[in-house]
Design a protein around this ligand. Structure first.
Ligand SMILES: Cc1cc2nc3c(=O)[nH]c(=O)nc-3n(C[C@H](O)[C@H](O)[C@H](O)COP(=O)(O)O)c2cc1C
Length: 297
């Protein structure tokens, strides 16, 4: 890790050279991780990874409209057995670049979250992010429960991940009911959460093609991008007030400029992630250099 600079920050005690990360959903393979490790991101986020390999949803899965995007990728990834083998190499590549590795895991039960958190830590990562907010998992025509709307499932997932050996955080959906947000924050804090990432996409948005058909083939998808910025600023600001001081907040949603980073830091985030701007740039890691330069300007 390089010496601390004026831009340095920490997430759950893990040092970062500056506060800009790739958000989950932007790296799944060793090549992706290596490419991001060479980019200016302060840490590389891998995943989300699930216990079984997933193809993801079929057909059109991403529709960008400039000020927002709707996606229903459905967390394509190669599953726990693959990552168990390749994670040490991913951690090695990232650490050689002087950066921490964050692994985003998405179990379909608290027990699976615990198993995957332990697997990620054993693979050499520095932080584990429990993705409790993916809205895009459809199996046999049924949409799976989004765990971050249930304080019990949030706490049970953290308890199952306890003892993994690295700090564990949760990534939440945007929660529009302030009372529920308070209950979820209290449940997470009570179960030992070290950081909270806010937020995942807004569930079940609908983008249309000019002929009125859904732009994403499964129909609904998670809303992300610039239109989410006021939502995310509100979530981060509320979470900062609700959580104990020792629990860090990472802000994620609509970051595409230095001002977006400044605004999230101003309301209490210690770091920020971006996904949509990266996808909209054709998955070009140059977007991180641009946002960082704009922030430092
Ligand atoms: C195409 C795409 C795929 C995503 N996949 C994941 C994922 O696998 N796990 C996760 O926690 N979040 C995932 N997200 C959510 C992002 O990490 C982020 O929380 C959200 O999109 C808001 O940030 P943004 O406006 O910068 O995209 C995905 C987002 C997009 C656009």
């Amino acid at each position: 890790m390089s010496e601390a600079t004026p831009t340095a920050t920490r997430v759950a005690g893990v040092a970062l050279e500056h506060p800009l990360l790739n958000a989950a959903g932007t790296a799944k393979s060793l090549d992706d991780v290596a490419r991001l490790a060479r980019s200016p991101v302060a840490a590389v986020t891998l995943g989300s990874i699930t216990k079984a390999a997933r193809d993801g949803n079929a057909g059109e899965v991403y529709a960008s409209r400039g000020t927002y995007a709707v996606n229903a990728l459905g967390m394509p990834n190669r599953g726990a057995d693959f990552y168990r083998d390749v994670l040490p190499e991913m951690a090695g590549v990232t650490h050689e670049a002087g950066k921490p590795l964050v692994v985003s895991v998405a179990g379909f039960s608290p027990e699976e979250n615990g198993e995957l958190a332990h697997l990620a830590a054993e693979g050499g990562c520095d932080l584990v992010e429990l993705n409790l907010g993916c809205p895009n998992v459809w199996d046999d025509g049924e949409q799976k429960r989004i765990m971050s709307f249930d304080p019990e499932l949030v706490a049970a997932s953290l308890r199952a991940a306890a003892g993994a050996g690295v700090p564990v955080g949760v990534k939440l959906s945007p929660l529009s009911d302030p009372v529920l947000l308070g209950e979820v924050a209290a449940a997470a804090a009570g179960a030992g959460v070290r950081f909270v990432v806010s937020c995942n996409t807004f569930p079940n948005g609908l983008a249309l093609r000019p002929d009125g058909r859904a732009a994403v083939d499964v129909g609904y998808g998670g809303v992300s991008g610039a239109a989410m910025k006021p939502v995310v600023l509100g979530q981060v600001s509320q979470l900062r007030a609700l959580l104990p001081e020792a629990v860090d907040v990472v802000g994620c949603g609509g970051v595409r400029s230095g001002q977006d980073v400044r605004d999230l830091l101003a309301v209490g985030a210690v770091a920020t992630g971006l996904a949509t701007a990266f996808w909209d740039a054709g998955e070009d890691p140059g977007v991180f250099a641009d946002v960082l330069a704009d922030w430092l300007d």
